[in-house]
Design a protein around this ligand. Sequence first.
Ligand code: MG
Ligand code: MG
Length: 257
Amino acid sequence: MIVLKKDSEIAKMREAGRVLARAMRITSGAIEPGKTTLRELDTIAEKAIREKGGIPSFLGYGAAPGRPAFPASACIGLNEVVVHGIPGDEVVQPGDLVKLDFGVILDGWHADSAWTFGAGEVSAAAQRLMNVTRESLMQGIAKARPGNRIGDISATIQAYVERNGYGVVRELVGHGIGQNLHEAPSVPNFGKAKQGPMLKAGMTFCIEPMVNEGTHRVATLDDDWTVVTADGKLSAHFEHTVAVTASGPVILTTEED
Ligand code: MG
Ligand code: MG
């Protein structure tokens, strides 16, 4: 069931999104290539979220039979990591792609956003992958207006990514969000236009293209969380929480209006 949010509820998600975006700015600004560990970035992210009254929603999330709960505040991964990286003692190296994915609960409402950062100078190929992934997110967001369907978002992202020669991940998709981190509907980054649920004002969801330099296929590591590209090539991930309103899409996970 897709839960439509009132304007007052979207306003609460907007505040959660502001806390998240601020934490993203602070954490990404702390990346020192050759020096910073992923665990240190996680600590910085958690502090930035909590000092504004937020709760990191990924901490302890997702325990299932045979799978431990997520053990950190943020999902952080490098290079071939697609999503759900567990931040550990790895040191960010010059030229790495650093993926930060944060979830924040504020006053009972969720926000979820991810960004890919280059550590110092990155290769032209890595920069292009980041640019195409971010642009695919923005093109997808532009379709989040009443009367369109989820498939219009999906098809727009897929077409842009594949036109640029990259693979769009199938196994993981965007999702509705509100009083829960994951709600209906699913928001795939691939699919056909004019299909799927009709978009209405009051819908809130995360659009989050995961784009691979090579094959779209992925694998999961033995920690049962970390998802990597099947061929070991680079991946980039950009995500915003978005509200559909009568006047069009509103991005909730930015610091400024
Ligand atoms: Mg998400
Ligand atoms: Mg996320």
